[in-house]
Design a protein around this ligand. Structure first.
Ligand SMILES: Cc1ncc(COP(=O)(O)O)c(C=O)c1O
Length: 367
């Protein structure tokens, strides 16, 4: 790597993904403090940071294990020495299941979500071939309308099937309330009162399924779900045993509008490469930040708005000509998870000095 350490942030070549280490550490500590002494534990989601250095900080602060979305992300975690991993998704391809089973065979505790009998059968067959044990959560749809079963009878069928299957251990339920964590279009709609009502409703459903399974002699040890927008509700005196929050480490500009106590630690450092009256153009476009949740904002300058992004350029309306040619500014991404996936490394900065360069080794591991 050509970059040298201990230099001023101003000298980092742009565009670059910057991580404010003080804010990152505060966010990790704040979340860890919330779970200290609570029944539910934190299992942070790796799909946000995709960086083992950050996962290790979360574990050192008390997280019970790590959640990820993809088998490839689990492999990155294993290579970084992390041994308790939930793949909070259905893994249906036998080749991918083989990769999961190999990680389990090598000594990791691997848990995966299911919502279908065929998936249980293939998980069991591959685990048996490899001689591994896979842990399984049955996913329940709690209102997100994505994956998951809906009824007590379906859940019981699957739990009994897991119980009969070799190589599998039934752990409990995955119930993730993506419809309550934030609203991209109306960030103020999901007040805590609305979230509490939604969480009560899903607890009725998941609690009913838990009671049904336990009434049939099948203990439900884990209930896993929750995100940054609901950790303080789903994680507070409910039946959830683990919370999968991810974005709290960075807080993109959508999440930042939700009144949560975490700070924005992530930004894209960019240079004004063209200036004319009323307009500034930067070197940060769609190849370094995503727009699935809207345009990024500009750090510390609420009055300036990005009006367009093309591949390598960002156009900013600058009606009072506040920006200057060659000035460096920071974007706050609108969606941290998808933006991170565009970058190879974080430039960890503390008080304006470059302190660390961390690889985003989970980047692009979407298989
Ligand atoms: C399964 C699952 N769990 C948890 C989360 C929560 O993530 P965040 O804290 O970034 O909202 C997500 C978000 O996509 C998810 O898909």
């Amino acid at each position: 790597m050509s970059e040298f350490r201990c230099m001023n942030m101003e000298n980092i070549e742009t565009p670059a993904l910057i991580l404010d280490l003080d804010v990152l550490e505060d966010n990790i500590r704040l979340m860890a403090d919330f779970f200290e002494g609570r029944k539910a534990k934190l299992r942070p989601h790796f799909k946000t940071c995709k960086c083992p250095n950050i996962a290790h900080l979360q574990l050192a602060a008390g997280a019970k294990g790590i959640t990820c979305a993809k088998v490839g992300e689990a492999e990155v975690l294993i290579n970084a020495g992390i041994r308790d991993i939930l793949v909070a998704n259905q893994v249906v391809d036998p080749q991918k299941i083989y990769r999961l089973a190999c990680m389990a065979k090598a000594g990791a505790k691997i848990t995966v979500a299911v919502d279908r009998a065929e998936n249980i059968d293939i998980l069991s067959a591959v685990a048996g071939t490899v001689g591994a044990t896979l842990h399984v959560l049955i996913e329940v749809d709690v209102g997100m309308n994505r994956c998951g079963v809906n009824s007590e009878a379906e859940a019981l069928d699957l739990a009994e099937r897991i119980g009969r299957a070799g190589g599998l251990v039934f752990e409990g339920i995955q119930a993730y309330e993506g419809h309550l964590v934030y609203d991209t279009h109306q960030p103020t709609r999901l007040t805590d009162a609305v979230k509490r009502k939604g969480v009560r409703k899903m607890q009725d459903k998941v609690g009913g399924i838990k009671d049904h399974l336990e009434g049939h002699g099948i203990p439900v040890r884990e209930i896993s779900g929750g995100g940054t927008g609901t950790y303080h509700i789903t994680g507070d005196d409910t039946i959830w045993s683990e919370i999968q929050a991810g974005s709290y480490v960075f807080m993109d500009n959508v999440y930042s509008r939700g009144g949560l106590p975490f700070g924005s630690s992530l930004s894209i450092f960019t240079t004004v490469i063209h200036k004319r009256p009323g307009v500034a153009v930067t070197d940060a476009g769609l190849k370094v930040c995503t727009t699935d949740h809207g345009f990024p904002s500009i750090k510390g300058r609420a009055e300036l708005k990005i009006t367009g992004l093309s591949e390598e350029h960002g156009r900013i309306a600058d009606p009072r000509d506040e920006l200057e040619y060659l000035q460096k500014i920071e974007y706050i991404p609108s969606h941290c998870c998808t933006t991170v996936n565009l970058h190879d490394r974080y430039y960890g900065v503390r008080k304006g000095r470059l302190e660390a360069i961390w690889p985003i080794s989970g980047r692009g591991k979407s298989r």
